[in-house]
Structure formats: structure tokens, C-alpha cells
Design a protein around this ligand. Structure first.
Ligand code: PMP
Length: 337
């Protein structure tokens, strides 16, 4: 019998899928780690599980306890679902600008959702800082206690990728992987996979969207967050604790129109319905392939499922409003068949 004991046991061990268009366009083997196949449909289920297990092991999270977190959405979904399967309550603080679909899913998953205005990190009412204060309050008032997951600076997040994602990629490619690239949200995925694979000779790249300072921080040491992006869950303005001790070998700045064209092609030609950060990652993998030259094997992350962004990435009106490309076929409906 092959039985998982609860939902938490179904997190990870995702397939690696050949991205045929990007591979053929570059002469490299480009593979996507299908993180959208996790139970909560995103890579963040991994961090959620490791943060919960770590807090339990430390005795900070006790039966019936509450998990509090500030999140762009996916970590909230992961914590709510994995938390429920292990008997914990979840309270999620989210910037109100995140997609309605993610907010609805967090509520559906049984978490309490607190929406706050999207303000910069240095503002005390920023969603991350707000969630930290709320966790402290609840820890002092709830009889079963509460913890702050603190995904940005809690390195249990990157452990999920040092112990899970990185070694999985190594095993799935029989150690033939030459490069790995993805964007930074908390940095858990990039630094974690980087720490697992860099010592084995794998080149690690950062794919950075507009409006994020990480490209310039690694290039020049100065934080320049110019530009903007519609992608959710990625972009960062500082070296989080998860990023400490890690340095990427290759840097790519990826604009939304390029990433969106890749995202649209992946659905149209390969049946992969993904969110915007996956497009940034695959476009980054193509940039890395061109830099390394043909014949290399490059892995990236397919972070979350596209239905989470039907009102944004997959909505012609939203794209037009933002001056972004809209493929003809996205406008078609059944009457065009
Ligand atoms: N893509 C999406 C859609 C995300 O929600 C996140 C997490 N915020 C990431 C990518 C980045 O992952 P990480 O936090 O591990 O850097």
C-alpha cells in the first residue's frame, strides 16, 4: 500500500517537466519543476510545511495553536491547508492588491483573512510587520498560543528547498543539471536550491522582475527598485535571512511583456496554465540558456497554477489597461469555435 497519512505528506516530490518550446528555442534542455501540483497548487506548500514542523519541533506550536503570517497569498493557502491537516488554526495578513482568487482560496481554506493597504516594508503597517505584531498579541491572549511563521526571515523556509527541492532536482536529472534559475520572493526557493546544488557545480541564476531591487543589489550592492511588474509573490528590496550566505552566479532582469509571452505560449502549446512568476522564471531560464550556450540542462520553477490569476494574467481587459500584450486566442470564446 502507498498511503500518505495526511495532506502534509503529499507536499513535494513534484515532477520535472520538459518545456519543449523553450528547449527548442535555445538548444538547451529546459525543465520546469511542477510546483503547481502541490496540494495547495504552489511552491509555498513546502515552506509552509517546514515552518510548521520546525515550530512543532521547537515546542512553539502546540496542538490547537494558531499560525499567523503575512503573505502575498500562496504561503497563506499552504499554511491554511497544511495547518488544517495537522490541527492548527491560521490567521493570514495580505496586501489588498493581491488577486481576489488567492484571497477567496485562503478564506475557503478556513483561515481568517486580514486585508491591509499595500505599503512599503519600511512602513510599520506593511503586511509583514502587521502580521508580526498580530502574532505577538495572539500569542499573549489565546490559550493554545500562536506563532508567527515569518517566512522572509525564518530559515526553516529555505530548509524545505535545501532538503527537498534541490536534492529532488539532482536525483530527477541524474545529476546532469547545469543551471538552476528562479525569482526571489522570500528567497527561500532560490537560496535553498542554490545551497543544495551550487556545491555540486550547478550555476545558480536570479530572474528578477521590474520593481524588485535584487538584481541591482547583487550587481552593484545598491538597491534600485525601478520599473514595475504585475507578477505577484516575487520581487524583494532587501537581503532576507533566507538569502544570507548565498550569492547567485548569473543575473537576469525580466520585463513583464517578455514573461507574459512565455506564459501564454506555455498554455497554448504545452497545456501549462501558470501564474506570472512562472513566466519570469522560464524567461530567465531561456536567458541563462543563451548565456551558457546550447547543450546545457537548465531547471526552473513553475510556481503556481494559473487559475489563481484569472482576473489578471488571464484577463484581456486587465492586460490592456496595463499596456501589456494580449494574445488573440485569449479573447476568443465558444462562439469563435
Ligand atoms: N512565485 C509565487 C507565485 C509566489 O507566491 C512566491 C512566494 N512568495 C514565489 C514565486 C517565490 O518564492 P520564494 O518565497 O521561495 O522566494
Amino acid at each position: 500500500m502507498q498511503i500518505r497519512q495526511n495532506l502534509a505528506d503529499a507536499v513535494g516530490n513534484t515532477p520535472l517537466i520538459r518545456l519543449n518550446g523553450p528547449s527548442e528555442a535555445t538548444g538547451c534542455e529546459i525543465y520546469g519543476k511542477a510546483e503547481f501540483l502541490n496540494p495547495g497548487q504552489s511552491v509555498k506548500d513546502r515552506a509552509a510545511l517546514w515552518i510548521i514542523r520546525d515550530a512543532m519541533a521547537r515546542g512553539q506550536l502546540k496542538p490547537g495553536g494558531t499560525i499567523v503570517e503575512g503573505t502575498a497569498g500562496n504561503t497563506g493557502i499552504g499554511l491554511a491547508l497544511v495547518g488544517a491537516s495537522m490541527g492548527f488554526r491560521t490567521v493570514i495578513v495580505i496586501p489588498e492588491t493581491q488577486s481576489q482568487e488567492k484571497k477567496d482560496m485562503i478564506r475557503l481554506a478556513g483561515a481568517e483573512l486580514v486585508e491591509v493597504p499595500a505599503v512599503p516594508y519600511k512602513n510599520p503597517d506593511n503586511y509583514v510587520k502587521y502580521s508580526g505584531r498580530l502574532a505577538e498579541e495572539l500569542a499573549n491572549t489565546l490559550p493554545e498560543g500562536a506563532i508567527w511563521a515569518n517566512q522572509f526571515d525564518n530559515t526553516a523556509n529555505r530548509e524545505a528547498h535545501i532538503e527537498g527541492t534541490g536534492p529532488e532536482i539532482w536525483a530527477q536529472t541524474d545529476g546532469k543539471v547545469n543551471g538552476f534559475i528562479c525569482a526571489i520572493g522570500t528567497g527561500g526557493t532560490l537560496a535553498g536550491v542554490g545551497m543544495a546544488l551550487q556545491p555540486r557545480g550547478v550555476k545558480i541564476g536570479l530572474a528578477d522582475p521590474g520593481g524588485s531591487a535584487m538584481y541591482s543589489i547583487y550587481r552593484t550592492g545598491e538597491a534600485d527598485a525601478s520599473g514595475s511588474s504585475i507578477t505577484e509573490g516575487i520581487g524583494q528590496g532587501r537581503v532576507t535571512a533566507n538569502l544570507e550566505g548565498f550569492t547567485p552566479d548569473f543575473l537576469a532582469k525580466i520585463e513583464d511583456d517578455e514573461a507574459l509571452r512565455v506564459t501564454f505560449d506555455l498554455l497554448k502549446h504545452e497545456g501549462l496554465c501558470l501564474g506570472g512568476s512562472s513566466g519570469i522564471n522560464v524567461a530567465g531560464a531561456m536567458a541563462m540558456a543563451r548565456d551558457m550556450g546550447p547543450g546545457h540542462t537548465i531547471v526552473t520553477v513553475l510556481c503556481d497554477y494559473g487559475t489563481r490569476y484569472q482576473s489578471k494574467v488571464w484577463n484581456p481587459e486587465f492586460l490592456r489597461e496595463k499596456g501589456l500584450p494580449v494574445p488573440d486566442w485569449l479573447e476568443k470564446d465558444a462562439s469563435d469555435l
